[in-house]
Design a protein around this ligand. Structure first.
Ligand code: ADP
Ligand code: MG
Length: 323
């Protein structure tokens, strides 16, 4: 049986190298936490590959934006303030107008978040591949392992819009108000850095949704060793997402990837503080479930308490035996 992506990481990379006392949190969260210069740094790296993470015909400015956005999203999930980035770029050939646009997309988002590009690497290869490493400072970080029974489960924004946008884009649809809104969510994800910052001390645990809401809720649940119940009717739906019709909106919301929204838990008594944190960050949030007793796992219920059978999903590069 081939190894899954997570099984592979666990078998070959966990515990690799020296044991250092300045590592507060290693493999298994959205970012690593290390002690440096009298404070805590959050470190994360993510790669985008042509035709895997972005369509080859995506606007290059949006590729630059998304490349940094997916990394800032991991820092946002920790509550970190991004500061520095390195860029490793593999190109097939030099297309200067494409590169100029990629640069503009990266530069716009980097400036908006106070991030400096301080290094990287440039190589030639068969497929456009870009990795960004980011580091940021954080006090009182949020982790995936702090969810407790009785907490509420919250999500930012409208999960599912990006996945709906991907289907529309792949089907060649480019115009119309709803189509443009959904495709924009695919190409121009907005990392929830401000929300992550303002949730510190309020949220008990957080993860960013990159692989799909249920898959990433599964990570929260496993790391916190709690069960999570998602209320299907509680999922936020925008008019654009509703326009895809039928149960597709629900399926995109639960199983589609590429949202880069924050999924987080907080004590039920802190609901007002969550709303105040969301207001301060000008980011909409919705309560979509709760943390309950039971073995780690994620269940989807309707408002009558009936459990819905949703196939276990989430994007994995190596699906293996499904963990
Ligand atoms: P995310 O979706 O938040 O970027 P991933 O699902 O990619 O996180 O990775 C899960 C965890 O495994 C993270 O803590 C990540 O740093 C770690 N990880 C992934 N690949 C490797 C690797 N090749 N070596 C070491 N750690 C890895
Ligand atoms: Mg993440």
């Amino acid at each position: 049986m081939p190894l899954s992506e997570f099984g592979l990481i666990e078998r070959y990379f966990s515990g690799l190298g020296a044991i250092r006392e300045d590592v507060s949190l290693g493999i298994g969260d959205d970012a690593a936490l290390v002690q440096a210069g009298g404070g805590t740094l959050a470190l994360a790296v993510d790669t985008l590959i042509e035709d895997v993470h972005f369509p080859a015909d995506a606007p290059p400015r949006s590729i630059g934006h998304k490349l940094l956005a997916v990394n800032l999203s991991d820092l946002a999930a920790m509550g970190a303030a991004p500061a520095w980035a390195l860029l490793a770029l593999t190109l097939r050939n030099v297309d200067e107008s494409w590169l100029a646009d990629l640069r503009d997309g990266l530069d716009g988002l980097a400036r908006a978040h106070g991030v400096a590009l301080v290094g990287g690497d440039t190589t030639r290869g068969g497929r456009i591949t870009a990795s960004v490493f980011v580091a940021g400072q954080v006090e009182r970080p949020m982790r995936r392992d702090g969810a407790r029974v009785g907490d509420d489960l919250w999500v930012s924004g409208i999960p599912g819009e990006a996945a709906a946008g991907l289907t529309l884009w792949q089907n060649g649809q480019r115009s119309g108000e709803a189509v443009e809104a959904l495709v924009a969510r695919l190409h121009w994800p907005e990392p929830r850095v401000a929300l992550g910052r303002s949730l510190r001390g309020v949220a008990s645990a957080a993860v960013d949704i990159s692989d799909g809401l249920l898959a990433d809720a599964g990570h929260l649940s496993a790391r916190s060793a709690v069960a999570i119940r998602v209320c299907v009717e509680c999922l936020p739906v925008s008019p654009a997402l509703a326009s895809v019709g039928g149960t597709a909106a629900r399926d995109y919301a639960l199983s589609g990837g590429d949202d880069y929204e924050l999924l987080f838990t907080a004590p039920a008594s802190a609901a007002d503080q969550v709303r105040a944190a969301a207001d301060a960050a000008a980011t909409p949030v919705t309560r979509i479930g709760e943390v309950v007793e039971g073995p780690a796992g994620v269940a989807v219920h309707d408002t009558h308490g009936r459990r819905l059978a949703i196939p276990r999903t989430g994007y994995q590069h190596f699906s293996g035996d499904g963990e």
